[in-house]
Design a protein around this ligand. Structure first.
Ligand code: PHE
Length: 466
């Protein structure tokens, strides 16, 4: 058989933007701001940044290095490092497989909202029950999910350089500009509540976000903040789902690995911080401080449309920009999930990209229709409250994020920290004689600190810390 050359990103920028595209997703937009508002504002930001520079940096470096070293996708890469650890690959392959169909369903919801604003129908989205009515409709969510999956399909089908890299290079800079613009605009917002006569300003909202709030902080509470920050970081960097291994395997050997990792981290953290600057002040000003505790789909599909509506005529435009931005974020993340699966199928089964992508499109279609029907035909309770616990989507989310991902990451730390030894990764990072500035930190993190923190996350998901 003819030996095929592995796809690759053309250079460092292509890799960084594609990986940042994966990292910047719904988690940055609907989870990060809410966690920060809930967890003492600036205090959470501080903890998050420290963890990103230590814990996040170690895990991200490990995964990208495993990919580049083995030149294999997640399903087969771990086995190549050590025969006994091939099972990590199976878990790391399962995670994107579980996440992808429901991520596409949410992507479909985003398209629905974007098109609502595109048609200048933003006021419709504010109506009571619009969101619940939409997700419990039998056909609409399926239709929009299909549109979203088709977009992902086209990008992955075109390959690494002509698909993923090309689109990330266009979408990510636009996304960054949109977030920045909306964030700056939010600071200047002002609103006088007609019922109370009180005026709330964007600057006050910004204060809630940035100023550390130590009120009532006990040691236990501080631990909980750290746990929330770790969980968020983990999810936000797209770690433990095979994605960074797959993208690492497309990274050219001459690219400076540790510099690229720093850039991805800066990009992801900066977008998360700006997302908070755009969401917290606007929700605070127009919906009041109580709404800040609202997270998840409820925040962007229910609260924010109300915020846009109270902005007057500019709100339509603002809403449209916001949902375009969310769509770009969701699309580049979904593409990375699909790529992790497709690349594994190509490596393991020796399928062509076209065949693997097509087959995955069919599987996704079936599973995501089931997820959509989870809000009507397969709904387990009578009422349609905003994304109840217990729906198919929540169940898939729990299994992948709370169980499988920490397990994959713990096993990866054991493999690299203790079995194959940190040198495996360090050699790959310094392949061309590059400097690995935080080498000592890397060793301590991967051997001791990260496994302990990850075990805490895993225990946390069993509800042990309340
Ligand atoms: N990292 C993405 C975010 O912050 C989430 C994601 C999940 C990306 C699953 C890819 C796969 O939203």
């Amino acid at each position: 058989m003819e030996e095929k050359k592995r796809n690759s990103f053309t250079g460092s920028i292509g890799f960084v933007l594609a990986a940042a595209g994966s990292a910047v997703g719904l988690g940055n937009i609907w989870r990060f701001p809410n966690l920060a508002a809930k967890n003492g504002g600036g205090l959470f930001l501080l903890v998050y940044i420290v963890l990103a520079l230590t814990f996040g940096f170690a895990l991200l470096t490990t995964e990208v290095a495993i990919g580049r070293k083995t030149q294999e996708s997640p399903l087969t890469a771990y086995k190549k490092i050590n025969k006994g650890f091939g099972f990590i690959g199976i878990f790391a392959y399962l995670v994107p497989f579980i996440i992808y169909p429901y991520y596409c369903v949410i992507g479909g919801w985003v398209i629905k909202y974007m098109s609502t604003y595109l048609a200048f129908q933003g006021q419709v989205a504010v109506a009571d029950g619009f969101f619940n009515g939409f997700i419990s409709d039998q056909w609409q969510p399926i239709l929009y999910t299909i549109i979203f999956t088709l977009l992902c399909f086209v990008i992955v089908y075109k390959g690494v350089e002509h698909g993923i890299e090309k689109y990330s290079k266009v979408l990510m800079p636009i996304l960054a500009i949109l977030v920045l613009f909306i964030a700056v605009y939010s600071i200047f917002l002002k609103f006088t509540d007609p019922s109370t006569g009180a005026t709330r300003t964007g600057i006050q909202g910004l204060g809630i976000y940035f100023i550390p709030n130590f009120e009532g902080i006990t040691f236990g509470k501080f631990l909980k903040i750290c746990l929330d920050a770790m969980g968020q970081l983990f999810y936000s960097l797209s770690i433990a789902m095979g994605i960074m291994v797959a993208y690492g395997s497309y990274m050219k050997k001459e690219v400076n690995l540790s510099k690229s990792i720093n850039q991805i981290e800066i990009f992801d953290t900066a977008i998360a911080i700006f997302a908070g600057m755009m969401i917290i002040p606007s929700v605070y000003v127009f919906a009041g401080p109580e709404e800040l505790s609202n997270a998840g789909p409820g925040l962007i599909f229910v609260t924010l449309p109300r915020v846009f509506d109270s902005m007057g005529s500019f709100g339509q435009f603002f809403g449209l920009m916001f949902f375009v931005m969310v769509l770009f974020a969701a699309l580049t993340s979904a593409v990375s999930i699909l790529e992790a699966i497709v690349s594994s199928m190509m490596d393991k089964l020796k399928w062509s990209r076209k065949k693997a992508t097509l087959i995955m499109a069919l599987i996704t279609f079936v599973v995501s229709v089931i997820v959509c029907l989870g809000y009507n035909v397969f709904y387990f309770e009578k009422s349609f409250a905003v994304v109840n616990k217990g729906q198919i989507l929540d169940f898939l989310d729990y299994v992948s994020n709370n169980l499988l991902m920490p397990i994959v990451a713990i096993c990866t730390c054991i493999l690299i920290g203790w079995v194959a030894k940190p040198k495996t990764v360090i050699d790959e990072v310094t392949l061309n004689g590059e400097k690995f500035g935080r080498k000592w930190l890397y060793i301590i993190m991967i051997k001791y600190v990260a496994p302990v923190l990850l075990t805490l996350i895993l225990l946390g998901s069993f509800g042990i810390f309340g």
